[in-house]
Design a binder for this molecule. Structure first.
Ligand code: GDU
Length: 366
C-alpha cells in the first residue's frame, strides 16, 4: 500500500511526490500520457529539445524556488524577448521604449509617455471591468489595436470585452529599452531540457504512464491511503455542475532544413486574420547550433471534452462554476487537489511549484 496515489506527472504531481518521498512517504505516480512531465515535456528532434506543449520559460522572483529547480538541473541564461509581427512589421515585446520607437519614432521616455497619456486618459476615468478597458487604460489605442486585440481574441476565442482584465496585467509596460518579457529576478531554461527537471524530481519514485485514472478509479485508489489529483476538477466530479471552459492549442511542428528560421525563440502574430498566435523556434531556447531547425505554429481552439485543456477561462460564469466544485473538493476525504487544472488557475511553472511546496510543507512539517 502506497501513502499517495498521484494522478498526473506534471510539475505539481512531481514536486509533491519528491517532497513526500523526502519525508519518508511512498508514492505511485500515474499519468494517462505515454510520458512523464505533463506540459513541460520535451521531445528530442534533430538534437533539439522541442517544447511539445508550447513555450515554457521559467521565471521567478523567489530565490528558494530558483534554487530548488537548479538543484535538479542547472539553468541557462535565456531571457524571453518575443517579437510581435503585425501586418509584416516587427515590434518588440513587452511594451517598452523599443516598441514605442517602432510605433511612433519617439526616442525619449517623456515623448512616449506623452503619447500614451493622450491615448489612455479617457479610459482611465473608471475602474476597468474587462480586458479591453484594462488594455486601453494601460497602453492606449495604437498598441491595443496592433498588438493586443487580434492576438487576444484569437487566443481566447472571445471578445476582449468578455475577458477578465487580469490577463493583460501579466505583461509589463516600461519606459526603458528593455525587451525582457518578465520582471522577475531569475529566468532561464534547464540546460539539456525540461525532462531533466522532471527526471530529477521523480527519481526513484514508482511511475506508470499510459494509465487512465478514470478507467480504474476505484482499484487505483485502493492502492494508496490518499490521492493527489492534478487533473481537471470538473472531470473528477463527473461534470456534475457542467464543464469548466478551457482554451486549447493545436501544435503544428515542422522540421526545416535550414539552421535558423526566425532568429528568435518566439514570434507572436498579432493580427486577427492569421490563424495561429505564434511561431516557436525551439533551438533558440538553448542557443542551439544544430544544422536543422524545428518550428511550431500554435493554433488556439476551444478545449471542450476532446482537446487538451491548457488555459482556464477565468471569466465570471466559469469562476462561479469552479467555486461549486471547490466546495465539493473540500469535502472529498483523503483527496488533495492541486495544479493548473485542479485549481482552475492560470498558474505559471514557478507558481505551481510554489503551490506544491506550500502544500507539502503544511502536510509534512511537524
Ligand atoms: N497578449 C497580447 N499580445 C501579445 C502577447 C500577449 O495581447 O503579443 C495578451 C493576450 O491576451 C495573452 C496575454 O497577453 O493571453 C498573456 O500573454 P502571455 O504571453 O503571458 O500568454 P501565455 O500564457 O500564452 O504565455 C506563455 C507563458 C509565458 C511565456 C510566453 C512565451 O505563460 O510565460 O513563456 O508563453 O512568450
Amino acid at each position: 500500500m502506497y501513502d499517495y496515489l498521484i494522478v498526473g506527472a506534471g510539475l505539481y504531481g512531481a514536486v509533491f511526490a519528491h517532497e513526500a518521498k523526502k519525508n519518508g512517504k511512498t508514492c505511485l505516480v500515474i499519468d494517462k500520457r505515454k510520458h512523464l512531465g505533463g506540459n513541460i515535456y520535451c521531445e528530442n528532434i534533430e538534437g533539439i529539445n522541442v517544447h511539445k506543449y508550447g513555450a515554457h520559460i521559467f521565471h521567478t522572483n523567489d530565490k528558494n524556488i530558483w534554487d530548488y529547480v537548479n538543484s535538479f538541473v542547472p539553468f541557462n541564461r535565456y531571457t524571453n524577448s518575443p517579437l510581435a509581427n503585425y501586418k509584416g512589421q516587427l515590434y518588440n515585446l513587452p511594451f517598452n521604449m523599443n516598441t514605442f520607437y517602432q510605433l511612433w519614432q519617439v526616442k525619449t521616455p517623456q515623448e512616449a509617455l506623452t503619447i500614451i497619456e493622450k491615448q489612455t486618459s479617457k479610459y482611465k476615468e473608471k475602474e476597468p471591468t474587462n480586458l479591453e478597458e484594462q488594455a486601453l487604460g494601460l497602453v492606449g489605442e495604437d498598441i491595443y489595436t496592433k498588438l493586443i486585440k487580434g492576438y487576444t481574441e484569437k487566443q481566447w476565442g472571445r471578445k476582449a470585452t468578455d475577458l477578465p482584465a487580469f490577463i493583460i496585467k501579466r505583461l509589463p509596460l516600461r519606459f526603458t529599452f528593455d525587451n525582457n518579457y518578465f520582471n522577475d529576478t531569475y529566468q532561464g531554461i534547464p540546460i539539456g531540457g525540461y525532462n531533466r527537471l522532471i527526471n530529477g524530481l521523480l527519481a526513484d519514485i514508482t511511475c506508470r504512464t499510459n494509465v487512465d485514472f478514470f478507467e480504474q478509479k476505484e482499484e487505483l485508489q485502493k492502492l494508496a491511503h490518499k490521492t493527489v489529483f492534478t487533473g481537471k476538477i470538473d472531470s473528477y466530479f463527473d461534470y456534475k455542475f457542467g464543464q469548466l471552459e478551457y482554451r486549447s492549442l493545436r501544435f503544428e511542428h515542422e522540421i526545416l532544413d535550414i539552421p535558423n528560421y526566425q532568429g528568435n525563440a518566439v514570434v507572436n502574430y498579432t493580427e486577427a486574420s492569421i490563424p495561429y498566435t505564434r511561431i516557436l523556434e525551439h533551438k533558440h531556447f538553448e542557443f542551439g547550433k544544430q544544422p536543422k531547425t524545428v518550428i511550431t505554429k500554435e493554433y488556439p481552439l476551444e478545449a471542450g471534452i476532446k482537446n487538451e485543456p491548457y488555459y482556464p477561462v477565468n471569466d465570471a460564469p466559469n469562476t462561479q462554476r469552479y467555486n461549486k466544485y471547490k466546495e465539493l473538493a473540500k469535502n472529498e476525504k483523503n483527496v488533495i487537489f492541486g495544479g493548473r487544472l485542479a485549481e482552475y488557475k492560470y498558474y505559471d511553472m514557478h507558481q505551481v511549484i510554489g503551490s506544491a511546496l506550500a502544500k507539502t510543507r503544511k502536510i509534512f512539517s511537524p
